[in-house]
Design a protein around this ligand. Structure first.
Ligand SMILES: O=C(O)[C@H](O)[C@@H](O)[C@H](O)[C@H](O)COP(=O)(O)O
Ligand code: SF4
Length: 604
């Protein structure tokens, strides 16, 4: 199947735009990649330090130039249910590496923030910046230059994007991402949200709320909604950085363990010491990035990736823009309904066919580049599979069914849930932004209402005071990267959801972010330029009519242009955002953060 001309057009436009930076990137990569173990460039002293703590067998291997050495970058901690299973991975990876005639060493660890723990808390103001800290931290580990390939242990929001930026910055090394898998299904997401809204209305107490939350988030593994973490898994699979079919296998299962060992051996098989050398910076190209964006649209993935994918691609000299993301959205149908885009969770999605089914369907109508390189070899069709264990406990892969296991959760390409993608880019006299339309009912795709302007938690106070009456669009500003680190404002969903359920027409417009799990309330987010930079949001006043049109992709304030331009931009007292919970350490990050449409990074 040849690739759809609309996909080819956007891909070629990215290739042309990226030519200077991509050529320089590849030139530097090829200058670094060399035959033989990279540790051979170290002195005896360097090398001795590098394997001083190894056992005799590993020392002997590393003293030679035959055995490949695998660097492990781990993001293990007990804070993220999704990362807690990584505690035991290094030993499993070392054992698997030895079985394959190689060595594995933990090159370094990276920090990992749980956005669920920090949601609505000051710590969330470090969240977006932690992506770049993760990239920097992984680079410190890899800079020992002892390694012939690397495996990256990460799952959640900023961690996978940060690790991909690092992996591509060490593009001469093959890279395999190893996931930990989703927690088993607990209380449904719909029921969790119902209890939250009852709590917001004062109809249940903290005890009932905590009981519901604890039944939803109940064990090791990734939270089961389709937020940024599970969007990350989709991206790693569709971009060929996971082994096929490995994303959504629950932790602590024989198949999960077998996949971890298999991924380890695969990483060792694709080093420069073998005959399948696959440096990740050559493997990931413009087609891989486009495949990632297509997967995001087809699954209704996280809005956060309209920033992370831009930053990730940039690390490989590839310049992805919001125009590309928007044009791809117009070409790609929505083929999955996983919470918040529907009642199913990611376990249900996987059981219904999951990513293998999605990839197969998208390939069948030419919406994915099949001719890409992956950690598994050449061709994306190798990912249209389901991974299982055979009788001997080895991983086997079966072709994915052409029939959906649940047509309400994953659908075939000829019967999409929506004809276009789950994300829509917006632009107008308020700037540029993004909206997740896959989670919003069609009758709410166009909202025109008067503005109610808030600078921080004021919306919650107004809700509690009962003054959020009638139809309105909440303009929550000074939430951009330079203002306070661009936190997720997901805690605004319950009160706005209550008002919406009461029949009020409400929407949110902000230069901040929302969670990938945010859903039913129409929200134009990542609005750039941000208010802190004097963007148009800073000139909006209470009562201004605003029109959010997710059908045509427009975001406008309906005020005379001359009058609006003549207004004095509002300012905000952000002094309380400059200290506490480590925020004083991130002042340079706030000063130097890029714009949302450039990935909001401090790295470039
Ligand atoms: O982008 C995301 O997917 C979110 O940041 C996600 O990682 C976070 O965990 C949820 O916001 C928590 O959801 P609740 O706050 O609804 O539990
Ligand atoms: S999905 Fe979100 S809440 Fe769940 S572990 Fe990951 S970061 Fe934490």
């Amino acid at each position: 199947m040849t690739v759809d001309p609309r996909i080819a057009f956007v891909t070629n436009r990215i290739v042309e735009r990226s030519k200077p930076s991509r050529e320089l990137y590849l030139e530097r990569l090829r200058a670094t990649a060399e035959k033989g173990p990279f540790r051979s460039s170290l002195s005896c002293g360097n090398l001795a330090h590098g394997f001083a703590a190894c056992g005799p067998a590993d020392k002997a291997s590393l003293a030679g130039d035959v055995a490949p050495n695998l660097g492990i970058i781990t993001s293990y901690n007990d804070m993220l249910s999704a990362h807690q299973p990584f505690e035991t991975y290094p030993q499993q990876i070392r054992d698997a590496a030895r079985e394959a005639g190689g060595v594995a060493q933990v090159a370094g660890s990276v920090p990992a923030m749980c956005d669920g723990v920090t949601q609505g808390q000051p710590g969330m103001e470090l969240s977006l910046f932690s992506r770049d800290v993760i990239a920097l931290s992984a680079a410190v580990g890899l800079s020992h230059n002892m390694f012939d390939a690397a495996v990256y242990l990460g799952v959640c929001d900023k961690i996978v994007p940060g690790l991909v930026i690092a992996a591509l910055s060490f593009g001469h090394l093959p890279a395999v991402f190893i996931p930990a898998g989703p927690m088993t299904t607990g209380l449904s997401n719909d029921e969790k949200v119902r209890i939250r809204q009852l709590y917001a209305e004062g109809k249940v107490g903290r005890a009932e709320l905590l009981e519901a939350e604890s039944k939803s988030y109940h064990g090791p593994g990734t939270c089961t909604f389709y937020g940024t973490a599970n969007s990350n898994q989709m991206l790693m699979e569709i971009m060929g950085l996971h082994t096929p079919g490995s994303s959504f296998i629950n932790p602590g299962t024989p198949l999960r363990d077998a996949l971890t060992s298999e991924a380890t051996k695969r990483a060792l098989a694709i080093t420069a010491l073998g005959n399948e050398f696959t440096p990740v910076g050559e493997m990931i190209d413009e087609r891989s990035v486009v495949n990632g964006v297509v997967g995001l649209h087809a699954t209704g993935g996280s809005t956060n990736h309209t920033m992370h994918l831009v930053a990730m691609a940039r690390a490989a000299g590839i310049r992805l823009t919001w125009e590309d993301i928007s044009d791809l959205s117009d070409a790609v149908p929505l083929l999955a309904r996983v919470y918040p885009n529907g009642p199913a969770d990611v376990n249900h999605f996987n059981a219904a066919g999951g990513l293998g089914f999605m990839i197969d369907q998208l390939l069948s109508i030419g919406l994915l580049h099949e001719d890409v390189r992956t950690v598994w070899g050449k061709g994306l069709s190798a990912y249209a599979v389901e991974a299982k264990l055979d009788a001997k406990g080895a991983v086997v892969r079966e072709p994915i069914s052409k029939v959906s296991g649940d047509a309400k959760v994953v659908t075939t390409a000829d019967k999409p849930f929506q004809p276009t993608g789950g994300l829509k880019m917006l632009s107008g006299n308020l700037g540029k932004g993004v909206i997740k339309i896959s989670a919003v009912k069609a009758e709410r795709h166009i909202i025109e209402a008067p503005a109610r302007v808030f600078h921080d938690q004021g919306l919650h106070d107004a809700f509690q005071a009962g003054t959020l009456t009638g139809d309105f669009i909440a303009v929550v500003r000074f939430q951009g990267p330079k203002a306070n680190g661009m936190p997720e404002l997901h805690k605004m969903t319950p009160p706005l959801g209550v008002l919406q359920d009461r029949g009020q027409t409400v929407a949110l417009v902000t230069d901040g972010r929302m969670s990938g799990a945010s859903g039913k309330v129409p929200a134009a987010i990542h609005v750039t330029p941000e208010a802190k930079d004097g963007g148009p949001l800073s000139r909006v006043r209470d009562g201004d009519m605003i029109r959010l049109d997710a059908v045509t992709g427009k975001l406008d304030v309906l005020v005379d242009a001359a009058e609006f331009a003549a207004r004095e931009p509002a300012t905000a007292d952000l002094s309380h955002n400059e200290w506490g919970i480590g925020r004083e350490l991130f002042a340079r990050f706030r000063e130097n953060a890029g714009t949302a449409d450039e990935g909001a990074s401090v790295l470039y």
